[in-house]
Design a protein around this ligand. Sequence first.
Ligand SMILES: Cc1ncc(COP(=O)(O)O)c(C=O)c1O
Ligand SMILES: N[C@H](C=O)CCC(=O)O
Length: 428
Amino acid sequence: MNHSHSKALFARAQERIPGGVNSPVRAFRGVGGDPVFFREATGAWMTDVDGNRYVDLVGSWGPLILGHAYPPIVEALIEAARRGTTYGAPAPGEVELAELLCATVPSVEKVRLVSSGTEATVAAIRLARGFTGRDFILKFEGCFHGAGDPFLVKAGSGVETLGLPDSPGVPAALAKLTLTAPYNDLEAVERLFAEKGKEIACAIIEPVVGNMGVLVPKPGYLQGLQELCRKHGVLFVLDEVMTGFRLARGGAQELFGLKPDLSTFAKVVGGGMPLGAYGGRRDIMSKIAPEGPVYQSGTLSGNPVAVAAGLACLKALAAPGTYARLEQLGAMLEQGLKAEAQAAGVPVTLNRVGSMLTLFFCDTPVYDYASAKKADTARFGRFFHAMLNEGVYLPPSQFEAAFVSLAIGEAEVAHILAAARKAFRSLA
Ligand SMILES: Cc1ncc(COP(=O)(O)O)c(C=O)c1O
Ligand SMILES: N[C@H](C=O)CCC(=O)O
């Protein structure tokens, strides 16, 4: 494949943009080589600036569950933009989206719209602290909740890929307020709560992890965590930025029968536009200004164009069979990829829940941060480039989830598996 235009753009970009990218995970540091620059995308396919085409398994890191340039979303965007791109004042779509969110996710009784997942998680933590009067928070090793200061402690995603899980710039005094425990280990939480439970405002977790690659919760783990939180007066915060509207219409909380005190959303809920949300129990959400004293605001919060895209996306996902189809596509890829790896004699562990999956290059189970780090990242890098060369765009890091969209059909599945056959053989 010729990537000369991408290479030229990357050289220019590095002069004016740190690392040449506007979010670190895009820079290919986890797989080596230079990032590909894209000029357009429709459905399941993206076209780069050199004219190469790829089946997309990144989906802009999760939002594009319906594929690229999904016509009803594009139409809703155009129609909304014609009526003005922002008012800085309330508009009907915000009420409709808030009502839809509350109706779909029963634990959410009130919701505030923001512009990204990071804004949603930062606000949820502030609210948890304001509501409980406690300063400590608990997060789980390798989970990523965006680039807010409280979360850059043993964080996953790009910070893990770049080897910076505790970022400089976060004051030590603040980082000390973020306690951590291994994912999938209830006893560790029990010990921590026994010692410090009364000082902990909330536990925030990715219910199904996507940010150290996909990790599946052990049976009873999330329910047990919810119970422990209740017992110690610690608010249970589900970060559904990746899982919301993706794993089920009501998110991971519907799938696992949970009732968090607060939840955070972004990605799918914005239909590919910058939109996030946090919401939960009425008594807690009522502490948010102007109803209560906990401050949070945003010039573009509830932006009418983003809201129109979000509404169009959530309405499309309400079609019967949506989540069964995503499960079917995910299962086809899981079975096919495992079969191709086995045929080539390449040991892998494939973790999947619905339309989120990760192929780890190791032969041991991956269920927490330590086990994820056993994966052979150099081998993943070679596999990534072999797939890229065959026209499949995977997340450029071992520690990220691949996302399946509804735009993928049987032809794209066949394309991915044919590429994987060649890629696995090139590793053997
Ligand atoms: C689980 C999770 N929470 C929060 C975030 C932050 O979202 P955003 O990138 O929209 O700020 C991300 C992704 O970055 C995420 O995957
Ligand atoms: N894993 C991250 C969020 O989900 C990837 C997106 C980013 O950091 O740019």
